[in-house]
Design a protein around this ligand. Sequence first.
Ligand code: FMN
Length: 432
Amino acid sequence: MSRNLLLVVTGSVSAFKAAALASKLSQDGFEVRTVLSGGAKEFIGASTFEGLTGNRVFDSTFAPGEAMAHIDLARWADLTLVYPASANTLTKLAQGRADDLVGTLFLAHDFKRPYWVVPAMNPSMLAHPAVAEAVAKLRDWGVKVFDADAGRMACGEVGTGRLIEPETMRKAILAEFVARTRVAGTKPSRVLITAGGTSESLDPVRVLTNVSTGETGVRIANAAAGEGSEVTLLLADTSPFAGEVAPEVRVVRYRSFSDLDLRMRDELGHGNYNVLIHSAAVSDFHIDRIETETGGLVTGTTKIHSKEPLLLRLMPNPKILDRVREYAKNPNLRVISFKLATPAVRGGTSDLSGYDSDVIVHNAVSQIERGTDRHAGEIYERTPEGYAIRSRFKTKSELTAELVALARPTIDGQESLRDSAAELGGSPEVTQ
Ligand SMILES: Cc1cc2nc3c(=O)[nH]c(=O)nc-3n(C[C@H](O)[C@H](O)[C@H](O)COP(=O)(O)O)c2cc1C
């Protein structure tokens, strides 16, 4: 199912919150297109939304070459959201006026898909009979007009009229799409995602770990849950992204390699998962012995003395990925794994022999930028002839959207990779 969201922003001092929402929804894998009213442009720029959504912004009925944008956008949208909705726009919609793109789009709306309006204005404006009547009329026509929040307004007054917070709105949108996925008769996919880096303890306060933050796995988990999948996230207890996990995602924490291995065995053995997305950065070694130079052994249970040189003996860990099919209750588990290399192999070929994954995300450390959306790489898919490139991605959002498509629930509970990609509107162009 597509996830096309038409975000209509109108002239309110709270318009900046629409940028936060657009950013979150794009990260959740939504395709967000933005319309700015004349009033909105006084508060926020088109470039903000272009940058956050990767899509151009619409603000005129009469833009050259886009004369039919009002019809096309109305047909394209799975959900239209007016956020924030000004008093002017609310009353205009209720009058059916089409003197700008916002009004024209509303008249082109056929009420087959939801149209949501989220008011934001001074409490006296909201209580005015002109606005109250407009709200009642819109609701009567089948528009969902949200109740504004109460609290302190930008003007200093306290009352009802505040814009619903972006995170609350995001949850309502995710819930709407989950509900519609279920209504469409699909079975939820059960997805296990691993994220973050393992830590091996040297002593009670020191660890050997890696630079993985778990951000990619958290994004995929949130987006897959937003699609209606039942998601369990095995998350490193050091991950700084724990606070970002959506409430619909079940989180199980792990620390070391053996911890993660145990939890994966438990989850895959007892939960009937359809898909495993293994994005955790798993240590290739565990600590075998810690010796002092004089031959003494360090137990690992007491804090290491800081003055003496140490000899650390590390032993290779088995590959968890080699064990997951053995752990899994479901013999048809779809395994999606990550292969980090420096640099990622380009041009559609890569030595992926020895892998037993259905899909491999091939990326390079140098192509991942912490704290930004930049994350480039390639997705390979198993074919009868070996692994073939399926798509390339340039951002974390693109990667998330691709992986969510792969984990998407389908009519019979089996994932169809090609169908999912086609449904998404096609994968990025690939030359083999
Ligand atoms: C600083 C400032 C803040 C405003 N905030 C709001 C608001 O929160 N809600 C509202 O309905 N109007 C607000 N307005 C008035 C609208 O921006 C104005 O009515 C505008 O014409 C709305 O146009 P639009 O509906 O086409 O976006 C504000 C105006 C100013 C100058």
